[in-house]
Structure formats: C-alpha cells, structure tokens
Write a protein that binds this ligand. Structure first.
Ligand code: NAD
Length: 357
C-alpha cells in the first residue's frame, strides 16, 4: 500500500505558479518510484486572493490547509498590491498564515553546490563543502515583544523570550543536529543582553539530553564575521528571531543565487515549505525563474513533515545531478552552463533524475 499525503498548495503571485508547478512535477516523479501518492489541494493567498476575495488570507485557506499534511508555497506580492493598506497587503497574509500554523521554527539551509562555487562573490576554497542549517526562532523575541511604542521623542521595542519558547526551539535545533554532523552553534549576545544569557542557560540545559551533539556558543557580531570568513566551521546555527533573520540572509548569499535556497517553517501545526525568495515580478510570466529553491523546499517537506527521507534524498540528489551535468537557469547560468534552461526544462530534468536515482 502506498503512503498517501494531502498537500495544501499555495501558488501565490508572480513566479509562484511557475515554480510550484515544477516542484509538483518532481514530487510526482519521486512518488511513482517510492510508492507514495500526493493529493494536491489548491488554496489562495496573497495578491491573487485580494483580487478574488478582497483579503490576502481567506478563511477557506486557513481552514483548508489545517487539514493537510503539509503546505507547499510559492511566493506572494507584487507592485499591483503595493498601495493596498498595510494590514491588507499580500505579505500580511503570509505572516498571518505562519501565526495560524504556530510555526515557531524556521529552518533555512545554506548549501553551496560544488558545481556553483564560482557563482558566489566569495572565493571557491572558502565555499566548497559549505552546508549550514540555520534554525531561527520565528514567533518570539523583539519582533513580537510587548510593549512596543513609537513617540515623537523616543521609541522602543521589547526583546523577550519565555522559558518555553527557548526550550522548544532548542530541542528542534538539537534534533536537527542529531540528523546532521552533530555540531550546534548557539548564537546570542549574552555579553550585553540578559535575554541572551537566559537563552544560553536554557540551551545548555537542553544540551544535556543530547550528549552526542557538540555545543558551542558565539556572539552574533562574531557569527556574522565567521559566516563570511570561514563558513565551513558551522553545521547547525541555532538563534533567536532577529539574529536569525539577519544571519540567514547573509548565509543564503554564500550559495550564489536566491533562486537555489529552500526553507521550512515548522512547529505546532502544519509545516509550511517555501523558497526564500519573493515573487520576482521582474521575471514573472517569462518562464525563466529558477525552480530549484521550490523543488528543494518540497524535499524539505518530505523530510521534516512527512518523514519520507528516502524520497527527500532522491530529490536533493537529482538537483545535484542536474547541476553537475551542467544544466543552469539564467540566474546561475553565466559561469559554466552546458545549457541555459527555462523553468520547465529544469523541472523536467530534475524530475527525470529524481525518478531514476
Ligand atoms: P524577490 O526575491 O522577488 O526578487 C529579488 C531578485 O531576485 C529579482 O531580481 C528576481 O528576479 C530574482 N529572483 C528571485 N527569485 C528568483 C528565481 N527563482 N529565479 C531567478 N531569479 C529570481 O524580491 P523583491 O524583488 O524584493 O520582491 C518582489 C515581491 O516579492 C515583493 O512584493 C515582496 O514583498 C515579495 N516577497 C515575497 C516573499 C514571500 O512570498 N515569501 C519574500 C520576499 C519578498
């Protein structure tokens, strides 16, 4: 009997539909060889939802995706909706969805594919072999802390973490480290901030349950420098909301293109899987977007929400094979492309390899 999963699909705006279609193509290719079956259910979010329903996150979407096993999401937003009131903008739909799903853990891998070491602005010898997972706390910290106020003569925000919030994200970090190289670097600013010392103490506590994981601590300013100086020293980086926001963007640029990197947001409810990039309105509809970030997000979905590790490995290996065979989309194509592919071609090549490897 095959394992059957219901996937909530949110294509969104701009290149969203183009890239999600390719991820589905690859999922279907791996399904047939791994005896899996996927039931896709489409939901609206973002600008397209505003146009059709007047709001960026319709109630039907929230109710529907809650019943799914995982959510595969493309991207939202675009100039058409830039003048809409802030709380009705496409982006507010995504923030609301994350909140609804209780996704407190944001996983952002920064992988440098061997074939693309020349695509980055850093030297190849610094980059070859980089494989980092940034585990960022997503629903607490200074972005959500109360009180927060802005006045004519002063403004403030509050950086607050509860014990429960740090415990649960630390556990996610250690669990992921156990599945990788068993090295975890917790990043904070404990030399200045009480909330960071609190974070560090709780991470130390959780570490006792994971004796196989080598734990280190680093101040965030040093971590920013070390990511550029010697990124290979990192396996898992565990950090809070604001530090993770900044460090994961810096880490993503090690790979060479924003079109390559996936992400997962997991937690209490249904996991949300999406590329780290936006809706790329400048290239939407041209069929040239890189679908790899979304295809790799589908692999993360198989790994972290569905527990289908073998199928996830097949997709990751198929991406590597396509790149090692010299296939490139335009964003990574200027260097050593055998062939510059359109979105659909790249999806078909990866789907073909995923069904074989
Ligand atoms: P963007 O990530 O959409 O694009 C930045 C640049 O990267 C553009 O030149 C684009 O063409 C290129 N790019 C992005 N993805 C690519 C891909 N897969 N292949 C090839 N090139 C790619 O960021 P932006 O231009 O700042 O934002 C555009 C819209 O997307 C805005 O409305 C923004 O609010 C929204 N946005 C949405 C999300 C999301 O849905 N999660 C994230 C970021 C931005």
């Amino acid at each position: 009997m095959s394992n059957c999963y219901t996937i909530g699909v949110i294509r969104g705006d701009g290149i969203g539909a183009e890239i999600v279609d390719e991820a589905i193509k690859v999922l279907d290719a791996v399904a047939s060889s791994e005896n899996l079956s996927f039931n896709y259910k489409d939901y609206l979010m973002g600008g397209v939802a505003i146009d059709e329903t007047g709001v960026p996150l319709p109630a039907e979407t929230v109710d529907g995706v809650k019943l799914c096993d995982a959510i595969l999401f493309g991207a939202i937003g675009g100039p058409k909706w830039d003048s809409v009131e802030r709380h009705l903008r496409p982006e507010s739909g995504l923030l609301a969805l994350r909140k609804e799903m209780g996704t407190f853990a944001n996983l952002r891998p920064a992988i440098v594919y061997d074939e693309l070491v020349n695509a980055s602005t850093l030297k190849p010898e610094i980059l070859k072999g980089v494989d980092i997972m940034v585990v960022r706390e997503l629903t607490g910290g200074i972005y959500f802390g109360q009180p927060r106020e802005q006045h004519a003569d002063r403004a403030f925000n509050t950086m607050i973490y509860t014990r429960e919030e740090v415990l649960r994200i630390a556990k996610v970090g250690f669990e992921i480290a156990m599945k990788r190289d068993k090295r975890l670097c917790s990043v904070d600013k404990a030399n200045v901030l009480e909330v960071s010392q609190f974070w560090r103490d709780i991470v130390e506590e959780v570490a006792k349950d994971y004796p196989e994981v080598a734990l280190s601590h680093m101040y965030v300013d040093n971590a920013a420098m070390q990511l550029i100086r010697e990124p290979k020293q990192f396996d898992v980086i565990l950090t809070g909301n604001i530090f993770g926001d900044i460090l994961s963007d810096a880490a993503s640029m090690l790979s060479g293109s924003i079109g390559l990197l996936p992400s997962a947001s997991t937690g209490e409810g249904v996991g949300l899987y999406e590329p780290i990039h936006g809706s790329a309105p400048d290239i939407a509809g041209q069929g040239i977007a890189n679908p790899i970030a979304t295809i790799a997000s589908a692999a993360m979905m198989l790994r972290y929400s569905l527990g289908e590790t073998k199928a996830a490995d097949k997709i990751d290996n198929a991406i590597k094979k396509a790149l090692s065979e010299g296939y490139r989309t335009g964003d990574i194509g200027a260097f050593d492309a055998k062939e510059v592919c359109a979105t659909e071609e790249m999806g078909s090549i990866i789907a073909n390899y995923a069904s074989q490897v």
